[in-house]
Write a protein that binds this ligand. Structure first.
Ligand code: ASP
Ligand code: MG
Length: 441
């Protein structure tokens, strides 16, 4: 048994749905459970519709047209699609009358995207003669906490899923389950979502709980690449990464997987394979607990733009011991998350997301320190074997020096699989190119 997960762009229109259906059919013997995202940009369109509704306008034309056109082109008649779109319109009308949108309502609203896409796919597969059955996440026991928009799955999910899909696993059920990614319900039966990109987590959760042979996430590129191919055209596939490396990749800008999605499969050791739906026979990249051979010196290079650098220089108000505690308490108080840190006894440099609102935080920090904030920075991260950091850094810095690039901060994560550097945002692509040439000879 395997899990096959397809993201929004893989099911963006009728043509792509047909293609995905053919990929599913090619793996029918492996007994797949299929996990789907909403079609194309439907989640974004639903969120836009929500914002409009708050202002008093009900408009779901984009979402409606996409789903009606697709059903027509696939030649499937799905009453459930019409019903769901009707329910969606009623909800938006309610929001437009109240001029109010809670997180809880927002989750209910975006859940329509995934619910629509699984119905579409199941109907098309059945029409093609492949027995399939759609499931909303809660039908297979996806229960979460009530932290709307970023809910966490509860432990009982580990028992619920194999129970709900038991008949499929033991072979009595023939219909391939087509399950919604991204959504769940809390204990009170209220719909929740697992955070943007959360379908990956749904897939790894199902695969791990079912004891799947493999969890496959399907993309339009050859798996995980050494870096973003839009920045470096020589980027090449990486055959194997560890769960830890994959998690770091996700946190530092690679679009490959949702950062939280590694949690369930790390518990069971279930391999995750990233595959290309336009190159089925290629192995793709596999994510596993440990490298099968020696750990490669450098696995990949990622970058995140729009980062702010905060420099905090103590003015001795708190003494050497209290300084760090004071600083981090302020970040906690203002709920600003820190990405990369470098520190000495009396000063700290750290980075935060460029979009974070820093007004109150900076004022508080200035009570005991000199603070400077610099915008338009970027973090370039080497996912690498930090045991060889000296040799990696020697190569990296000699290449950067030749191009007169000045790195403004450097930090080697305790996870021992990443080294991050801070550079000016407008130099990011150049830095990634230089490092890729220097480190992937
Ligand atoms: N449809 C959701 C999103 O766009 C979940 C996902 O695609 O994984 O974030
Ligand atoms: Mg999506």
């Amino acid at each position: 048994m395997i899990v096959m997960k397809f993201g929004g762009s893989s099911v963006a229109n009728a043509e792509r749905i047909k293609h995905v259906a053919s990929v599913i059919q090619a793996y029918a013997e492996k007994r797949p459970v299929v996990v789907l995202s909403a079609m194309g940009d439907t989640t974004d369109h639903l969120l836009e519709a929500a914002d409009l509704a708050v202002k008093g306008t009900v408009d779901i034309a984009k979402v409606e047209k996409l789903h009606f056109d697709t059903a027509k082109e696939l030649e499937v008649d799905i009453p459930a699609v019409k019903e769901l779109l009707g329910e969606l319109k009623t909800l938006l009308t309610g929001i437009s009358m109240l001029h109010e949108l809670t997180k809880r309502t927002r989750d209910y609203l975006v859940s329509f995207g995934e619910r629509l896409s699984v119905r579409m796919m199941a109907a098309y597969l059945s029409k093609q003669g492949t027995q399939a059955k759609f499931y909303d996440a809660w039908d297979i026991g996806m229960v979460s906490d009530s932290n709307y928009m970023n809910a966490e799955l509860l432990d009982e999910v580990w028992d619920n899923i194999p129970k709900a899909l038991g008949a499929y696993k033991n072979g009595t059920q023939k219909e391939i389950p087509i399950v919604t990614g991204f959504i769940a319900k809390d204990k009170n039966g209220i719909i929740t979502t697992l955070g943007r990109g959360g379908s990956d987590l749904s897939a790894t959760m199902i695969g791990s709980a079912m004891g799947a042979e493999e969890i496959q996430t399907w993309k339009d590129v050859d798996g995980i690449l050494t870096t973003d191919p839009r920045i470096v055209k020589e980027a090449r596939p990486v055959h194997e990464v560890t769960y830890e490396e994959a998690q770091e990749l996700a946190m530092f800008g690679s679009q490959v997987l949702h950062p939280r999605s590694m949690i369930p499969c790390r518990k069971t050791g279930t391999p995750v394979r990233v595959k290309n739906s336009y190159n089925i026979s290629s192995e793709g990249s596999v994510i596993v607990e440990k490298h099968s051979g020696p750990t490669p010196r450098v696995t990949a290079i990622t970058s995140v733009k729009n980062v702010k650098l905060i420099d905090i220089q103590s003015n001795n108000m708190f003494g050497a011991c209290g300084f760090l505690a004071h600083v981090f308490n302020q970040f906690l108080k203002w709920n600003v998350s820190v990405d990369v840190i470098a520190t000495s006894e009396v000063s700290i440099s750290l980075t935060v997301n460029g979009k974070a609102d820093l007004t109150g935080l900076i004022e508080d920090l200035q009570k005991g320190a000199d603070v400077t904030v610099r915008s338009d920075k970027a973090i370039v991260t080497l996912i690498c074997d930090a045991a060889h950091s000296s040799s990696i850094l020697a190569d990296a810095f000699s290449a950067l020096r030749n191009e007169s690039i000045n790195v403004q901060m450097i930090s080697q994560g305790a996870s021992k699989v990443n080294i991050s550097m801070l550079v000016d945002s407008d130099e990011t692509n150049k830095v990634v190119q230089i490092l890729h040439t220097a480190l992937f000879k």
